[in-house]
Design a protein around this ligand. Sequence first.
Ligand code: TYD
Ligand code: MG
Length: 458
Amino acid sequence: MAKAKNNTIFFCQNCGYESAKWMGQCPGCREWNTFVEETAVTGQGKSKGNSIGRSQNMQSKPTVLAEISLQEEDRITTKIKELDRVLGGGIVTGSLTLVGGDPGIGKSTLLLQVCRNLALAGREVLYVSGEESLKQIKLRANRIGEFNEHLKLLCETSLQSIEETIRRSKPEVVIIDSIQTMYHEEVSSAPGSVSQVREATSVLLQLAKGLNVSVFIVGHVTKEGTVAGPRVLEHMVDTVLYFEGDRNASYRVLRGVKNRFGSTNEIGVFEMAATGLREVENPSEFMLNGKPEDASGSVVVCSMEGTRPILIEIQALVCHSNFGIPRRQTIGTDFNRVNLLMAVLEKRLGLQIGNCDAYVNIAGGIKIQEPAIDLGIAMAIVSSYKNRAIDSGVIAIGEVGLSGEVRAVSQIQGRVQEAKKLGFTTCIIPSVCMDSVKEMKGIKIIGVGNVREAMDLI
Ligand code: TYD
Ligand code: MG
């Protein structure tokens, strides 16, 4: 009994924090009840994590930086523009990419489409599924389109045999769907546990770097902590992409969270159709679809997602509260930010909104963190409170500070340009940004210095 105890360790299933004893709350990620006892990986089972970047039988010796050559064709295009952009211009050979997301969001569909495009371009692709049978994959493939013989399927969960297959058939791109179903025989804990997921990833990492194959790993995000979350392996992989969106709505957003080969701010927008995922080339148009005319509490803002401006609609509903503590709720934007903006409006404009219920929603379900939408949120709240509609040709851009000042935002020209392209007639922007857009024609631009000036325009 005492001996067995020595060999076990407790892991947080959310972030991978290790502890010798069980704890109620994880000190790493502050989640509750996520610790699970697992057998520690012993010396021989642990993979040797020191052979990254060289092939199997090469000897380890220092190299001069200038002698390392980079070939031009180091990136493979997936023929899906939205994905290529998020990846930073295509798949880097020998890279390990994690695609995370809720179950059913479309990870397998996206990757199968990538496989199809790569196979059509004559590249050898191996799709390993531990979740679905060959028949199920075939059914999905039938919805997507024609496939050729360069795509090979493998239903397998044992890492050793996957490794063997990869070494034998030498594909250029490998998809592992999903990491939580894979198991390594030398690790005794169940598939999906932190030890298994880590070990499996480290084996795949060595394969990717050693054989120069690009590996995509699918990771499910779970709330219950029954399987290890993708966060456990975020630090091991080169690129982390999250697939998000409302399961009930048809569009999906692919967001780069970490990228060793490009920018992380990029997003790709897709629409789930009957024939797989379709790229959305003009997300602004898509997001503004169904916007109500002449309704109070609705304002259009412009958010910069990576290099691309996207117009989105902010909706607010402010009404008198029947409870002692007013109810506040936000969807798609930061809850604390909305509370702060309401406090600013109360203090600087003298509005009695402190005892009002408030609901703020970004239409379409997209999540936006950028402070440049502050002014839009503030205007939507005031518009709803006063029950006065904002003209539908107006767009608001600006960050709001604690003293009610409207602060500068980056890339103002790109944002105004996008608004103009979609037929907006008036742009409310921070007055400090007026200089950079004074040459723009065809759209009325109004500079505001603080929230009071902006509200006078409503
Ligand atoms: P899937 O790729 O299986 O999700 P994940 O791998 O992230 O768990 O996507 C499943 C959902 O996508 C499912 O609800 C059906 C839907 N879907 C379509 O609407 N159209 C399609 O062409 C395909 C293949 C799937
Ligand atoms: Mg799947």
